[in-house]
Design a protein. Structure first.
Lengths: 350, 501
């Protein structure tokens, strides 16, 4: 009898946590995927050590491959919570990447090399200028949105086209580019001892998540972002400079994209201006939405986005391990986005 | 024991949202053909109780007995099937469809593959006839006035064979004539044996149209009985739990230096050449009809309109208020009208709503000092007697009056020199209203300059030391508190001329 009651008690507590913490179900979904993924790796190994190193290298690969989109999704979380959207992230990535590469190019045609600046100073200058450029392009979006009163979707749809096309125009006549080793170290310096896998991009991503989590919960700016997304009028009538909050959100987005860009070219060593970063905006938005952030603004979290990014990543990995045709993988991604929103809808109506 | 004389019995209904207990074992009974008033302050639990009856919410405990049979409603559709129709305050009609289309929306009649408009019109007319209404069902809902829309909703309920109709404050947006029309309709239905639950704040209406009343206070039934022989004072007493004050609240005081002074301020098309001055400790009223420009005037002076012409002085120094941030820096506060759209942020907690204005003053380095924010809000919570569950609950878990107090709290933490109240007691019940008046008087005593915008004459008369009456964007005249009188003010507000005395 009392055991029954206890069972009921646990059931109720579980239901309460499920309802009160929107991330709970997201976390559970991720857990299920991770279990499936682990099982599908198989257990046919010579030793535990072999299995473990396989397990570890698989995870490092997942994290490494998703670090750029993961970073961009973090910035996108702020944008979407503020009630906006940024479609220009992929093109901003290319624009910043091109600028950094032209600056840091080792050959005589490189801008900094031509000025006689090489080594550490050249890398530092190129990175700083790249980050500033990202900030500036984001700010450009923000200013157009707030001053021009144009919807973010339209503004960033426009700049998405502009940034990439202008970059491609300028880069078509650029001779070959060689990146100095010092620059590549940004992504490649620290490696996992056993598998020789790069660790820094993962580290940047997780560090950024931690910082942005604190910003979203524990700074005035972070709270204003939520307030603006939930009720812009009330926020303005509370003496808050709504336009400045929005401009900062897009500038921050630009800055984060610039970081992702620097890390990506440092890792890969080159960039295809026509295709790099394309589709990142949709991948980032998908991660944000799966993480429980409301597309209408006002609700969401950085932790949720982190989980959302991992859900997509682990699912992709699972599909590869199981041997699903690559052409079909995008369909799974699409289905999971819709399923996540359906589930959140159900929860909030409870 | 179920009593056959009752159409409906609700027994021991309990309901709790988060930490907020809204209903504590409420009983509510309804006889056939009875018009039953359900009254109480905001937050007393009226809407929650009726939402349970309408199947929108589920009770935590208690039973509902309909025609002697216990029933359970899993959703609004269940309740409707049992013959209970809920007519909400915001009407549920599609403006761009004809009346008959609205009557049959979701349950359209068909003849073969196409809609049977003729039959739907005929059946609509049948219902209209039953309630003595002469109106063409082919007319567009858009062209109807508010009372006919209300009546179309009632007719739709009858078409669905409702035997109990719940009407949530049906008269708030109606004129006198329209109200009379809806009341006639209610009496006709009652004669036909339909029971009506009438939720209202207007006690005079309750006495004129209802047979009996039930009063809720703090989630409990505190009084019920027949309206015959009852007085509005009695009802108000039950609602508030103490006598309602009508006395003037002004006190003799020495006013301080001028705080906010406007000289020939204009902003077309809303208002032009407005000059006034409000002093420290003074309560200055602005009144007039709807659309007289007073709201826009003070939005402009708060920087929310973004533009105005003319000169503004704050404490004798000329200032330019370009945006709301500047207004806040200067010490101007603004408690807006329409709390839902302008006052609260619904995705944020009580605490965050209550500290939104001053958030950037509570920083330690780059981070917020949550402890200090909580302490500052706790002071306001105690001073303003905010009734709430946990401070991390959403603002929407509070009643209207308490939400308004949280909006007040966010401005009081900022310590403004001048505080503008636009319709401060809109949608707030009698008890909370008096509390808000007390708060305003206390602020004035502390030397804050107060501006009150209200179209409620009694509010201006009871509270303000001085009142300006506006008419079509200009000031029609000025009254000090000895001259204030409802008819004089109404005359100025409707004619634009100072009253001949």
């Amino acid at each position: 009898m009392s055991q029954n009651r206890e069972k009921e008690h646990i059931g109720k507590a579980f239901a309460r946590v499920w309802r009160s913490n929107p991330l709970f179900s997201t976390g559970m979904a991720l857990l299920v995927l991770v279990v499936l993924q682990t099982i599908s790796m198989g257990f046919d190994y010579a030793s535990f050590g072999e299995w473990f190193s396989r397990f570890l290298s698989n995870w490092l690969n997942i994290l490494l491959n998703n670090s750029y989109v993961g970073m961009i999704a973090l910035g996108m979380t702020f944008v979407i919570i503020s009630g906006g959207i940024d479609l220009a992230v992929g093109s901003t990535l290319v624009a910043v990447g091109a600028a950094v590469m032209v600056l840091v190019n080792e050959q005589a045609t490189g801008v900094l090399a031509g000025m006689g600046i090489t080594g550490v100073p050249a890398v530092l200058i190129a990175v700083v200028i790249g980050l500033l450029l990202g900030l500036l392009l984001g700010e450009l979006n923000g200013v157009t949105i707030t001053k021009g009163r144009v919807p973010p979707f339209i503004v960033t749809l426009g700049t998405m086209k502009i940034f990439r096309s202008v970059t491609q125009y300028f880069m078509q006549s650029q001779p070959g580019i060689t990146l100095p080793d010092g620059f590549k170290q940004i992504a490649r310096a620290v490696r996992a001892p056993v598998l020789n896998s790069m660790l820094l991009p993962i580290f940047y991503w997780l560090l950024l998540a931690a910082v942005l989590h604190v910003v979203s919960k524990h700074t005035a700016f972070g709270r204003y972002v939520y307030a603006v997304g939930s009720n812009e009028r009330t926020t303005r009538l509370s003496g808050i400079n709504v336009d400045r909050v929005k401009r900062r959100v897009y500038a921050l987005m630009g800055l984060i994209v610039a970081m992702a860009s620097v890390v990506q070219i440092a890792r890969i060593g080159s960039m295809d201006y026509a295709s790099a970063g394309s589709g990142y905006e949709m991948d980032a938005i998908a991660a944000v939405v799966i993480g429980g952030t409301s597309m209408s603004g006002g609700r969401g979290s950085i932790v949720g986005t982190l989980l959302g990014t991992l859900i997509i990543a682990v699912m992709n990995n699972l599909l590869t391990l199981v041997g699903v045709d690559p052409f079909l993988r995008e369909a799974f991604k699409g289905a999971i986005v819709v399923a996540a929103v359906l589930m959140q809808r159900k929860e909030s109506s409870n | 024991m179920p009593n056959a004389a009752y159409k409906l019995e609700m027994r021991g209904i309990c309901k709790q949202f988060d930490h907020n207990v809204v209903l504590k074992g409420v009983d509510f009974c309804l006889k056939p053909g009875e018009i039953h008033a359900l009254i109480g302050e905001n937050g007393a639990g009226k809407s929650t109780l009726m939402n349970i009856l309408g199947g929108v919410l589920r009770a935590d405990a208690g039973e509902i007995v309909l025609d002697g049979q216990p029933v359970h409603f899993a959703g609004p559709a269940d309740s409707l099937r049992a013959g209970i129709a809920f007519i909400h305050q915001e009407l549920n009609l599609v403006n761009d469809l004809a009346i008959y289309e609205n009557m049959f929306i979701g349950r359209e009649l068909r003849k073969g593959w196409k809609l049977d408009a003729a039959e739907m019109c005929r059946r609509s007319r049948e219902v209209f006839e039953r309630i003595g209404l002469d109106i063409d069902p082919r007319r567009m809902v858009r062209d109807l006035d508010a009372s006919y829309k209300q009546i179309v909703e009632i007719a739709r309920a009858l078409l669905q064979e409702a035997r109990i109709i719940i009407m949530d404050e049906p008269t708030t947006s109606l004129t006198e004539v329209e109200i009379a029309r809806v009341f006639d309709m209610m009496r006709t239905l009652s004669a036909q044996g339909v029971s009506i639950v009438f939720i209202s704040h207007k006690l005079k209406e309750v006495l004129s149209v209802c047979h009996c009343y039930t009063v809720l206070r703090d989630g409990q039934m505190v009084a019920h009985g027949e309206t015959r022989g009852a007085t509005t004072e009695q009802l108000a007493y039950h609602m508030v739990g103490h006598d309602v004050r009508v006395e003037k609240l002004q006190v003799e005081k020495r006013l301080g230096a001028p705080v906010l002074e406007a000289k020939d301020v204009s902003c077309e098309p809303w208002f032009r050449r407005i000059s006034f001055c409000v002093r420290a400790g003074e309560i200055l009223g602005f009144t007039g009809l709807l659309g007289d420009g007073r709201s826009e005037l003070f939005q402009a002076l708060f920087g929310a309109l973004g533009r105005y012409e003319g000169a503004v002085e704050l404490e004798g120094k000329p200032v330019r208020i370009a945006n709301t941030t500047r207004a806040l820096e200067l010490g101007i506060g603004y408690v807006p009208r329409n709390r839902k759209e302008n006052g609260i942020v619904r995705d944020l907690s009580i605490l965050e709503n209550g500290s939104l204005v001053t958030l950037d003053r509570f920083q330690r380095g780059p981070l917020l000092d949550h402890g200090a924010i909580r302490r500052a809000f706790d002071v306001q919570r105690r001073d303003l007697h905010i009734k709430m569950g946990d401070e991390s609950d959403l603002i929407t878990s509070l009643s209207g009056g308490n939400q308004q107090k949280v909006v007040l709290a966010k401005w009081l933490t900022a310590g403004p020199k001048v505080l503008i109240f636009d319709n401060p007691t809109q949608g707030v019940d009698v008890g909370a209203k008096e509390e808000i008046y007390d708060i305003i008087l206390r602020l004035a005593q502390q030397g804050v300059a107060i501006v009150i915008l209200s179209s409620e004459a009694q509010e201006i008369i009871r509270l303000c030391d001085r009142a300006l009456v506006m008419y079509h964007g200009a000031i029609a005249g000025e009254l000090d508190y000895t001259q204030m009188d409802e008819t004089v003010m109404m005359h100025m507000a409707t004619s634009g001329e100072p009253a001949a005395q």
